[in-house]
Design a protein around this ligand. Structure first.
Ligand code: HXC
Length: 514
């Protein structure tokens, strides 16, 4: 009898907590086009796979009439489950409970599941939907954020960390996602900012909506803070599941090998790169012509689009691809594209994912804006990241590889294991036009026919350097290959690099230029 009373009491308590902030708050949440925290977890994880912990955790706040206030789960749901049968840790802030605001116990639930993810070696997915630091808890809530940031940093490079922004993520709260590896946002739902519209109005006298300040498009197209944007929450969860197919579960593992598939026949590699060095093309067409099933999982597609990064598979094995994009700014490196590539390279290196670099670059972007924005410091990040990486590094020079861009794009000199060049490759300090204008300036201007002399000198320089053979003669590249052989050559290079082990001098850590 006593036992059955206890069971009834248990179900009563549990059901009360499972309702979150109650039906009114849930209705409000749904009216905003948002799923509830619990529905989000259900939609993300395999059916019936979620096990929740710390449902009965209670806040400790005694101020501002909080003593008897029930905040179910303290506004966050934490637990473990599976995605495609593989174990995962997850937390989802529950906006229906005190606006998902973060108090100390809320934070401790999150840090507990983070610790679990690190110990057990599995990814953690954090779903953010919160009004930020719980105002009533004062410094305790700030302490909670600090404890999360600390763990984000400790877990970095050990387990993949994914952040999903499905509501407000304001103030210092944004720094947990910023410390994680991939940030997902959803149109009209995600809002990320440090200082909100109210503060901006007070301090700067400027009016701006939350959407224009830090909505999904802003974060994926202008700031680059987020990596993936979806039209709705279910699409977002699909993107997460796709990403997880490409990456390993921790830094000691390798990504799962999938069944190898040839590229789709419509992607004809010979026809993509125009012979004229200045004519644009889409480097993603090359990627699709090389990779398994022509699948390319692009990351940060709409930000710093002059470089393309993402995952693909070669012979069933995940590779990280970094490619200059001649379609945008002729594929130059600049502040943002250097940041974008460097972070991705470091992710791949931390998680044992070989790097394939596709080169067609006229150099770093010239200009006062770039110099003043710190292109020296930011541009150094990509040099650092490629040099630091010890995973297999394979480079293919498709067309132009000029100046600093040649070195930066995983050249032999930065430790590439294999460097291949197509016959269309031009490896030089700069393009023939610019080079001839500088080194033959005197000769051109003093000649009877400067136009004809310039043409001749451009041709002369081009014949000397605008080809892959000078670099091949010095061993800076390993082989000149025909485009049609690229996939075969890459698969072989990855195959023979599979037990690569590169040791570096011992140190506490390097000091990258960030
Ligand atoms: C306590 C909060 C809260 C908070 C929201 N709520 N934010 N409670 N602390 N930070 C509560 C509300 O009182 C309300 O409770 C419920 O959550 C829903 O909030 P609404 O305002 O009704 O929702 P909505 O209109 O959708 O507006 C959402 C919002 C707004 C834009 C997020 O709530 C808001 O501006 N909140 C404050 C945001 C903020 O300034 N946070 C502090 C940031 S500073 P009831 O009981 O009425 O349902 C920060 C520092 C972190 O986070 C530093 C870390 C290093």
């Amino acid at each position: 009898m006593l036992n059955s009373n206890k069971h009834v009491d248990f179900f009563h308590r549990k059901n009360k907590l499972l309702n979150g902030g109650g039906s009114k708050a849930v209705e409000k949440q749904m009216a905003m086009g948002k799923l509830t925290a619990r529905d989000r977890i259900t939609a993300l994880l395999d059916a019936q796979s979620f096990y929740e912990y710390d449902l009965f955790v209670e806040h400790r706040c005694r101020d501002f009439d909080m003593v008897n206030k029930l905040l179910p789960g303290d506004g966050v749901i934490t637990g473990t489950g599976t995605i495609a049968g593989r174990p995962i840790c997850v937390y989802a802030q529950d906006f229906t409970v005190a606006g998902g605001s973060l108090g100390l116990m809320h934070a401790r639930k999150i840090t507990k599941i983070m610790d679990h993810a690190v110990k057990m070696g599995m990814p953690i997915i954090g779903i953010n939907d919160s009004g930020g630091a719980r105002i009533q808890e004062g410094v305790d809530s700030l302490a909670g954020y600090g404890e999360i940031f600390y763990r984000n940093t400790i877990a970095s490079g050990i387990i993949p960390q994914l952040s999903v922004i499905l509501g407000p993520c304001a103030g210092g709260a944004v720094y947990s996602p910023a410390l994680t590896d991939f940030v997902f946002v959803v149109e009209n739902i995600s809002k990320m900012f440090i200082t909100g519209p109210e503060v901006i109005k007070t301090v700067l006298g400027e009016e701006i909506s939350m959407e224009d300040l830090g909505g999904a498009r802003v974060q994926t197209e202008i700031s680059g803070n987020a990596h993936f944007c979806a039209g709705n929450e279910l699409e977002c969860f699909h993107q997460i599941k796709q990403l997880l197919t490409y990456i390993p579960w921790n830094n000691k593992a390798r990504a799962d090998r999938h069944t190898p598939r040839p590229p789709k026949p419509k992607h004809e590699i010979d026809q993509i790169v125009p012979p004229e060095p200045t004519k644009p093309y889409d480097v993603r067409d090359i990627i699709r012509a090389i990779c398994d099933n022509s699948d390319f999982f692009e990351i940060q597609r709409n930000w710093a689009a002059n470089i393309v990064i993402g995952f693909a598979r070669l012979d069933g094995q995940t590779v990280g691809i970094v490619g200059n994009q001649p379609l945008v700014l002729a594929g130059v490196l600049d502040v943002d594209s250097s940041d974008k590539a460097a972070r991705f390279i470091r992710f791949c290196d931390a998680f044992n994912i070989p790097l394939v670099t596709l080169v067609d670059i006229p150099g770093y972007l010239p200009g006062v804006d770039q110099e003043h924005a710190g292109v020296i410091r930011h541009g150094a990040k990509i040099l650092y990241a490629f040099s630091e990486a010890t995973v297999p590094k394979i480079t293919v020079i498709l067309r132009k590889a000029y100046g600093g861009g040649y070195i930066a794009m995983c050249s032999r000199h930065l430790g590439a294991d294999f460097v291949f060049a197509w016959p269309t490759a031009e490896i030089a300090v700069m393009g023939p036009e610019g080079a001839a204008n500088i080194i033959f300036r005197q000769e051109i201007s003093s000649s009877l026919d400067p136009v004809a002399t310039r043409r001749l000198k451009v041709q002369e320089y081009g014949e000397k350097f605008a080809n892959p053979y000078v670099a091949a003669a010095s061993g800076h590249i390993d082989a000149v290959i025909s485009p049609a052989d690229t996939r075969k050559v890459l698969i072989h290079a990855i195959h023979v690099s599979s037990s690569k082990a590169e040791c570096r001098p011992a140190r506490k850590h390097g000091i990258p230029p960030f």
